[in-house]
Ligand binder design. Structure first.
Ligand SMILES: C[S@@+](CC[C@H](N)C(=O)[O-])C[C@H]1O[C@@H](n2cnc3c(N)ncnc32)[C@H](O)[C@@H]1O
Length: 428
């Protein structure tokens, strides 16, 4: 029936607003901002891909499907992350590109302490008979029966840092090793001990200082954050370095009497962690996450100067200062090079006017590769008259190039917001 009165018509808008689906979508802020989707999720996927690929091959060979246990699943973001892992280099014509296809997935079980988050997960996936969500506490003993085995034990986005006592982490890993039937992959995700965003917490006494008081302040804009300072949520979270994590894994292996073998370590979000923008733990931190979010936001022009990093060293931490200086130099070179290309490109002539910035052979290979990439992008799209080539192609491509650059320069030591370890347990 057509709505005729003014009130009835307005009621339709009110309903739409209440549903939340009428809200403005933006990748500039919030839990699922652009850095989360295009950098963090994608970096985890890229690192996990070869091991997940092998695992699935292994399962196919045994005529078995994949069973996943997501520890600290929250609202099942880990499932979405895993579902988004694609095959390596699919062709442009290929349509089915997910590694975990419907045929591959046997069961996904998520456990979490928080019932509200579990309800949210059930609200999204409750109709899928392959997906189960249960309340469970991985710190006070993981309940795993003999019949309940998994092929992938997964944690994401700092979940392992909820083990404030190392003993509970060792116990959880030993249980996972014992529970593995033939072969499994385990991913452990912590907050990195040496992230620049909390430089004030760097310490030489690792035994003395393990957990940080993590303020969830980044969800608000600056003024709102300061207004609500007293009511902000605090979490106690373990800061982890690679050396410390290796010792804990060894301890769990010994306890279970089963080898837990590290396959890969990687750092995620070196200069783009959420607390870069708050400066809560480092007065010198620049709002780099916001700047990178802007690069990936369609239709929005980014000031390249906002991407230039001025790293401030900390006395007595030369090994970290040397590392961050090197990353910062490469990052800034790529940003300035892109700005230089854009400055001297003339769309009406479809070519450069003036001297094109050069790529010195002395630069590190990953930097040269990304500079070459961005030069090709500018030359190939800079002339386009429609579709905002700078905002919608050149800037996102600079974002991906910066992401690839830092991924090439990281060494999985805990020098970023997230430190991730991927392990295998092989009893075959
Ligand atoms: C950083 S969040 C990650 C959530 C989700 N995996 C994601 O990637 O967005 C950590 C999650 O671990 C859960 N958690 C914390 N301590 C826990 C415990 N002892 N046992 C089970 N879950 C826990 C929290 O409720 C929260 O959902």
């Amino acid at each position: 029936m057509p709505a005729n009165s003014h009130d009835e018509q307005m009621g339709a808008y009110t309903e739409a607003v209440k549903s939340g689906l009428y809200a403005k979508q933006s990748g500039l802020t919030g839990k699922y901002d652009n850095v989360r989707r295009y950098w963090e999720d994608e970096t985890t996927r890229a690192n996990l891909r070869p091991y997940l690929h092998n695992l699935i091959k292994h399962q196919r060979y045994r005529m078995e499907r994949l069973h996943i246990l997501d520890l600290g699943c929250g609202s099942a973001d880990g499932y979405e992350l895993l579902k988004g892992v694609r095959q390596q280099d699919p062709s442009l014509q290929q349509v089915e590109i997910d590694l975990i296809s419907a045929e591959v997935l046997g069961r996904y079980k998520g456990i979490d302490l928080n019932e509200d988050l579990l309800d949210q997960a059930r609200g999204i996936y409750g109709n899928n008979p392959k997906m189960i969500f249960e309340q469970g506490d991985f710190c006070t003993g993981l309940e795993l029966s003999k019949e309940e085995n998994y092929d992938l034990y997964f944690t994401s986005f700092g979940t392992c840092s909820h083990h404030n006592d190392d003993e509970t982490f060792v116990e959880m890993m030993a249980k996972i090793a014992e529970n593995t039937l033939n072969y499994s992959i385990v991913t452990c995700d912590w907050l990195g001990r040496w992230s620049y965003e909390w430089q004030s917490l760097w310490t030489n006494d690792l035994d003395e200082f393990k957990n940080m008081d993590y303020v969830v302040s980044y969800i608000y804009e600056k003024e709102e954050r300061e207004r609500r300072r007293d009511e902000l949520q605090h979490l106690t979270l373990r800061l982890m370095s690679r050396g410390e994590a290796e010792k804990l894994i060894q301890k769990a292996s010994q306890r279970a009497g089963i080898e837990i073998t590290p396959l890969r370590w990687f750092d995620r979000s070196i200069f783009t962690g959420r607390h870069m923008d708050t400066g809560d733990y480092n007065h010198y931190a620049q709002p780099m996450r916001r700047a990178v979010n802007s690069l990936h936001e369609s239709g929005l022009r980014t000031d390249f100067d906002s991407l230039v990093i001025d790293y401030m060293p900390k006395q007595e931490f030369d090994f970290l200062n040397d590392y961050f200086n090197r990353v910062q130099m490469c990052w800034n070179r790529l940003v300035n090079y892109t700005a230089g290309l854009v400055r001297c490109y003339d769309p009406s002539k479809r070519s450069y006017t003036g001297a094109v910035p050069d790529i010195p052979a002395s630069y590190p290979r990953p930097l040269r590769k990304m500079m070459e990439h961005i030069r090709l992008v500018v030359e190939n799209v800079g002339w386009m008259e429609s579709g905002l080539p700078r905002e919608n192609i050149i800037e996102p491509q600079l974002g991906y190039s910066l992401r690839n650059l830092v991924s090439s320069l990281q060494d999985g030591q805990g020098c970023a917001h997230g430190l991730v370890g991927i392990f295998k347990i092989d009893k075959t």
